[in-house]
Write a protein that binds this ligand. Structure first.
Ligand SMILES: [Fe+2]
Ligand SMILES: [Fe+2]
Length: 281
């Protein structure tokens, strides 16, 4: 099973780039094309929030058109730049696993890895939340899984990432949330977006994962007390590959034209076994 995770499209109305000059819409199309160029194709695509930049119907129409090119199932959750009602109105008719109204939670049971999508949005706020109602929903769904490998995906990371500009707007969780996660070692990942950078850490017995954005990235700044600024580093997406022996392996795939694939031509001084029929790395 191959899961592609795209994040933070920040679609904009035609002719109105994000932050003045970031063509997020072109970036969505490049990301979708990059997924479609994969061989083998992913079994499904996750979109971990901020599909729109301002939650406008015109923005969701752009997202819907771009995602419509993908032949595999697409599972999206909203982020702080989305408006839950507009997200649902635009996407629910095309993606029946979404809810017509209310929290956009759901479970996908069609694959070797269960997928649990969580809606962490607090309307009007940068940060997110798993409130008591949402935590109870998650606890019930995890119990139903009976230990099957599971990936949880959501927009706001429920863990600290040691970057002040990010840690001021995480997903607020109860003191019991980490214990709930820890009681379920079948949770292979908590895959998030929101921070527009690749980040990984150990969290509550699982792996916390943050995927980069498909357009702009947040500039890495480990100094204390700094606010986030953005930078046009290469966009990328994650590929979470379920392998019976290896488990769930997360790869990061940059989006762009990096030239053709080239053969390793070994220098005679190379100290390894110089067999030309073996690919060396
Ligand atoms: Fe974002
Ligand atoms: Fe966000």
């Amino acid at each position: 099973m191959i899961i592609a995770q795209l994040s933070d499209f920040h679609a904009r109305p035609h002719g109105r780039p994000a932050y003045g000059d970031v063509d997020t819409n072109a970036a969505i199309h490049k990301a979708v094309a990059a997924v479609m160029a994969l061989d083998p194709q992913p079994d499904c695509v996750l979109v971990t929030g901020d599909l729109a930049d301002c939650g406008l119907p015109e923005e969701y129409a752009i997202v819907r058109d771009a995602l419509g090119a993908l032949p595999m199932p697409v599972y999206a959750v909203p982020g702080n730049h989305d408006r839950r009602e507009a997200f649902a109105a635009a996407l629910h008719p095309h993606y029946p696993h979404l809810q017509a109204t209310g929290f956009q939670h759901y479970v996908v049971e069609d694959f070797p890895v269960r997928l649990i999508g969580l809606d962490t949005v607090i309307a009007g706020q940068d940060g997110g939340e798993i409130c008591a109602e949402r935590e109870a929903w998650l606890a019930e769904r995890l119990a139903e899984g009976q230990g099957r490998p599971t990936l949880i995906f959501m927009h706001h990371p429920p863990f600290r990432v040691a970057v002040d500009g990010m840690d001021v707007m995480p997903c607020r969780v109860s003191p019991g949330f980490a214990q709930l996660i820890a009681r379920h070692p079948e949770i292979e990942r908590i895959a998030c977006g929101h921070y527009h950078r690749p980040i990984q850490l150990r969290f509550a017995g699982t792996i916390g994962y943050v995927a980069p954005g498909t357009a702009h990235q947040v500039a890495l700044d480990l100094r204390r007390g700094q606010e986030n600024r953005f930078i046009l580093e290469p966009p990328a997406f994650a590929l979470h590959v379920w392998d019976r022996e290896a488990g769930l392996v997360s790869h990061l795939q940059p989006i762009g034209d990096f030239g053709p694939r080239r053969d390793f031509v070994l220098d005679p001084a190379y100290p390894g076994q110089a067999r030309q029929d073996v690919i060396h790395v």
